[in-house]
Ligand binder design. Structure first.
Ligand code: SAH
Ligand code: SF4
Ligand code: F3S
Length: 528
């Protein structure tokens, strides 16, 4: 790991950050480990391990990247003699991996902090993740609920912060953001080791600065992991029996590995989708997202690959043709629109218009005819008129999404929108518009799901259906949830198997299927 650089956003106070060099904790702590590589510019207690095994209770809020970050944190803590417990009763410390995307997300965490403190006052509490980064010392000050605050790029420092809290009863904080930290060398400890699905972060941060969004402030600048470390991790997961890997990143398809710029791809192309722009200077060179997908999908033909969350600007033709060509890259793409009104999109600083977005959708559908699409939408952004809202509804009806994540706008401090616009759509109107957006989606999806009746699907078995153990549950290539009726022929079917099945009925967004036979990605695509 090279030298770290602190950003302007970096903010920690000496009061919270004890000077490790003067404390010589080695005097107190006997045994040693020492295999967590760190930046030479930052001092960590990397060679000290507590003789006591301490128990951590963990709750994770927010997006999939937070789930993966929790697994990274667990891996770091395990090396320092911490073990996970699922009960607060026997926990020494509770870690809350938090989200700051909307007010509501933060409110849930505040409520939980109060209830944990009430339930077990002696338990120490650490707040990690995006809310830690956004609120910084405010979290330590408020009602003395929190003992440690640790931002998304400072997890290697968490053991030291927890040690300081344990030994000196000190509150601690590290919210330093990094230009380089990707935790590439930390092998996450998977929560559910038996699951056939795994999630791997391939990049972190976001440079897009959409005007409503807090993520660039909580996650810092965009940076990608080197390709080799990703391929290594995939190999490890596949050896463990993983059958589906989701590549993660706040802008996953902006991935660009510049660590090893070979002649392979240094032709300088920026390859933004047509009609798309960025507020930052276009990036050039490096091995890009489709190079990575190309390599891994070839190497593991019987492993499914998904990715989230992409930005519409980074769907070059090479990527679209690769998705079409490879049977193991799922034909379900997330193309977050946010709004159907060009005026709103401009205010949101999304870098495209309704027309260029729809042009991209048309192109995707033309290249990958059986593609399923999903999107995110925000209702009630600053200055949104009823006509803008109707433009969103009509965009949804035109594209006919297979999945949508829909939110009411929540003002975030520090963002461009906070500084420049007025949050002028009344809460009641936001809610009404959101409800209309949700019911538009529901109408679309009901019809879409029905169209699968009579088709054959390849489903990855994830377990028994929650509603009835007479059915298996899993997901189709296009990420529709599926249940498969068990019968005489399914006796040997187990979690992690791909099965070929026929859709006989649907309910809302679930495919109800009859089993045909055990299969694999290559076999299924040869026979259908
Ligand atoms: N990087 C991803 C997702 C980031 S957050 C992307 O660009 O798609 C996930 C979603 O939360 C966003 O797509 C957006 O729809 C929503 N979101 C972000 N900020 C929000 C805010 N201030 N209020 C309401 N929804 C917001
Ligand atoms: Fe937020 Fe936009 Fe970045 Fe997504 S692309 S994380 S919405 S700033
Ligand atoms: Fe939330 Fe941070 Fe993810 S704000 S959505 S946890 S990147």
């Amino acid at each position: 790991m090279n030298q770290r650089h602190a950003l302007n956003l970096f903010n920690f106070s000496k009061n919270y950050y004890s000077n490790v060099a003067t404390k010589t904790l080695k005097d107190f702590m006997p045994s040693t480990i020492g295999d967590i590589p760190t930046s030479p510019s930052v001092t960590y207690i990397q060679d000290i391990i507590s003789p006591l095994q301490r128990k951590v209770y963990i709750e994770t809020y927010g997006c999939q990247m937070n789930v993966n970050d929790t697994e990274i944190v667990l891996s770091i803590l395990q090396k320092f003699n911490y073990v996970r417990t699922v009960k607060t009763d026997d926990a020494d410390v509770a870690l809350l991996m938090t989200c700051a995307i909307r007010d509501q997300a933060e409110n849930r965490v505040w409520e939980r902090l109060h209830s944990l403190k009430h339930q077990k006052p002696q338990m120490k509490i650490a707040v990690l993740g995006c809310m830690a980064e956004r609120l910084k010392s405010q979290l330590l000050e408020k009602k003395k609920l929190v003992d440690v605050v640790c931002g998304p790029d400072a997890y290697r420092d968490l053991p030291r912060l927890l040690e300081d809290m344990d030994l000196y009863g000190k509150q601690g904080m590290n919210v330093m953001l990094s230009l380089e930290e990707t935790y590439a060398d930390v092998k996450p400890v998977r929560f559910d080791e038996k699951s056939p699905k795994a999630f791997v972060s391939i990049m972190r941060g976001c440079d897009n600065m959409c005007s409503y969004c807090i993520v660039p402030f909580t996650r810092g600048r965009e940076r990608s992991r080197d390709m080799e470390s990703i391929i290594d991790e995939f190999g490890f997961l596949v050896d463990k029996g993983v059958k589906e890997i989701t590549l993660l990143g706040q802008n996953v398809n902006s991935y660009r590995d510049v660590s090893n710029d070979s002649e392979e791809n240094i032709n300088g192309e920026t390859q933004l989708s047509k009609g798309f722009s960025t507020i930052y200077k276009p990036k050039v060179g490096g091995r890009r997202f489709h190079h990575l997908l190309d390599q891994v999908s070839l190497k593991y033909p019987n492993v499914r690959f998904r990715f989230t969350s992409p930005h519409p600007k980074d769907f070059p033709d090479d990527l679209l043709y690769l998705i079409k060509e490879r049977n193991n890259i799922c034909k379900m793409l997330h193309i977050p629109a946010q709004s159907g009104s060009s005026k709103m999109l401009e205010k949101m600083r999304r870098g495209y218009t309704r027309e260029s977005y729809l042009e991209l959708v048309d192109k995707i559908k033309a290249i990958i005819p059986d593609v399923a699409l999903s999107s995110d939408f925000i209702s009630g952004f600053c200055g949104e008129t009823n006509q803008d809202h109707l433009d969103t509804i009509s965009l949804m009806e035109t594209v006919k999404y297979d999945m949508a994540y829909m939110f009411a706008y929540s003002l975030r401090e520090k963002t461009h929108a906070h500084r420049n616009y007025v949050d002028d759509v009344p809460e009641q109107v936001k809610k009404e518009r959101l409800n209309q957006v949700i019911s538009t989606f529901k109408n679309i999806i009901r019809e879409k799901t029905k169209k699968f009746i009579g088709t054959e699907q390849l489903v990855l078995i994830e377990g028994d259906s929650r509603k009835s153990n007479e059915y298996f549950s899993g997901h189709s290539d296009q990420n529709y949830s599926a249940v498969i009726k068990k019968n005489q022929d399914t006796k040997n079917v187990k979690v992690g198997d791909f099965v070929q099945c026929k859709v006989v009925d649907t309910s809302e967004k679930t495919l109800i299927c009859d089993f045909i036979n055990l299969s694999s990605i290559t076999e299924f695509n040869r026979t259908t």
